[in-house]
Design a protein around this ligand. Sequence first.
Ligand code: GTP
Ligand code: MG
Length: 201
Amino acid sequence: MQIKSAEFIMSNSDVAKCPKDRLPEYAFIGRSNVGKSSLINMLMQRKSLAKTSGRPGKTQLINHFLVNKNWYLVDLPGYGYARVSKSAKKTFQKFITDYFSKREQLVMAFVLVDCRHEPQPIDLEFMHWMGENQIPFGIVFTKADKLKPNALKRNIEAYSKKMLETWEEMPLYFATSASNTLGRDELLRYIDSVNQELHAS
Ligand code: GTP
Ligand code: MG
């Protein structure tokens, strides 16, 4: 898919105030600092469309980006970062779970995990919650540039093995790097194919 345009539309913490048109949207979620905002910039080939930071907790709101004037990418705050204020410290902030359970336009979520780390309880818990709420998701392994290809393969295999302890099958997954654009074509091609299907139905 060619990216002809990508525009920031709005930020807010209330799912009821998100864009009202019925365009399909795809959301990026995961631990703080995993690389959600960087992945959006990589996909859109824009340096700072979504705000990134070396310090966790940068993205604080639900951010809608309109792509090619016909679908949205959604950048969300990370979970699992202990240094945010006490009131926002609940494991998964309410407006995030609200977003996922109420947003009818959401076609699919991508749960980002750092490819260098072993499966983390908080991510497994989040995916479990998504499953219980019947919200379709895929896994995106981030920061693949930090590992040699063999180590990446090994870690993804270990992740799949862990997932298969509780899931019937490994969800759809992508290996990506915001630094070297690994996974960009695959991810965009996948989103494009889903958009086409939606269009046809
Ligand atoms: P929050 O908004 O705080 O939840 O974080 P986020 O998940 O949006 O992470 P963000 O995109 O801000 O990136 C966090 C840090 O990881 C930044 O320093 C990025 O430069 C770095 N980073 C993100 N993706 C990659 C990647 O693919 N490779 C490498 N090497 N660094 C990355
Ligand atoms: Mg962010």
